[in-house]
Design a protein around this ligand. Sequence first.
Ligand code: B12
Ligand code: SF4
Length: 466
Amino acid sequence: MPFSFPWSPRKTSDVLWLDLGDLGDLVNQSGPHEQWQDHGLGLLRTILHRHNVMTDLASTRAVVSWDQLARQMRGYKKLLMNVRSYTFPVALRAARIFKELNPDGICMVGGMHATVALDELEPNRDFDRICQGPGENTIVDLVRDPHAFPRVIRGVGARSMAEWPRIDRTLWPQPVGRKTRRRFHWPLEPACGWGPPPVATVLTSRVCPWQCVFCNENSFIPNMGRRPVDDVIDELNHLDDTHGVGSVVIHDSMFFQNPKWLREWLVKYPRRAKRIWPYWAAARSDTVRQWPDLFEALVRETNWRTISIGFESGSDRMLRMLNKECTVEDNDFAIDLINRIGADLEREGREPPKFWANIMLGVPGETRADAFKTMQMLRRMKYVLPSIAFYAPYPGSALGNQLIAEGKSLMSRDNYHRYPDDEKVKGVDYAFYRELLAGRYDADIDADGSLGGERASDYGRALAKA
Ligand code: B12
Ligand code: SF4
């Protein structure tokens, strides 16, 4: 008799893709960032299904207990997971359960953590195949015949995103429960304050070429061609026809790169898109300063409503230490420009663009004076959604690798990414930072009086998971 439970989806294949995240994130009203869909999963399942390798789907985010997940895992021969560092603890536990229920089953993993922290995956015998790097041109053969591959595999990717099929978004996990479903707009995504729902998340580029020491993804993601502008617009128009798009989130690590592509976007998005949906996308302060006219035109004409900038610090010393290749002057330039565009648009009766201001506190070596400068910089932003994080030493990044090697990281396989105010590095005075965010040092931050003695908001609530 085929295996099925009234509370779990019907089993239609021997292959199960397990979407990863904290238990319950798609059941409860979790923060929107926990509810974003996984483009790696979406892309690879789309490729598999196009090749008639069908997969079922379960999600750790769509259950509230491990028992509930176990019921959905029994009877499968193959398990697939996209493992990032922050989902590694969940992947470990899920693989164990899968193996207990299906001792002959094969567990295959890929994703960022497999790429940057093989030493953490390899000793665990529950992982039968570990794919490092991209998976587009490996996944079909691997799932069809895992025994033809060694345990650790170098995946093969596409040369350009132009080769990627359009993701079939109905292959993404569904939210659970009437209330969450109503809010979610599946297979599009929920709103998070950046623009109206339904939200369409898209990727137009894959790798950021800079080398900030807390990130430097170009050291572990192979470079690939950007997605053609027309493709991106066609997909948005199609999503609007099928589901109705309210706003867009461009999930690229760095949207504001490659002026040639951006100029084409500037010309075509307002003309070819069915609506000029407001969108969220990322820039750097130095490139804003390098191409201010292009930047301003994009903000004004393409409805770039939420501008994510990794300001990180208001101290040149820290920016140099982070190899950010941006200076305080660059940061100030971007702040003044966006404040000015915002004021202009407001005068015209239009909605001003907002900063999504990424700020990093608690980097080893940061002094109190550095942190005060950072908070002062943040308070100069007029239209701002602060995204403040305590620095987290992720494997794969230069600084992360160094702190892990020195035994200073407090992020472990059991606790990669739990709560926003988790302590991440030994020797950092987190009590000071909590008080700083709560406003205890407002007088020091405004020591030169340039902020007019105004009280700041309680930034503790702006602390993001990192
Ligand atoms: C979009 C994005 C997000 C989104 C959505 C995340 C989501 N649900 O998918 C948001 C904004 C929420 C987010 C948040 C965070 N993110 Co993020 N994010 C990204 C980003 C920019 C794109 C991810 C993506 O879709 N890539 C495209 C897909 C196609 O790639 P992929 O998933 O890696 O899959 C490919 C391969 O890995 C492989 N593969 C994957 N699975 C499998 C499985 C098998 C079996 C095989 C064979 C192959 C395979 O094949 C796929 C196709 O090539 C990446 C950077 C990047 N350029 O990838 C960072 C990144 C993944 N994020 C990162 C981090 C650290 C975070 C945060 C912790 C905060 C922060 N500091 O930025 C938070 C935590 C989120 C949480 N929920 O707790 C790091 C992860 C580092 C690590 N060591 O794991 C990255 C790499 C950024 C960086 N350079 O540091 N993120
Ligand atoms: S922090 Fe931003 S600019 Fe720096 S490497 Fe990462 S994505 Fe690029």
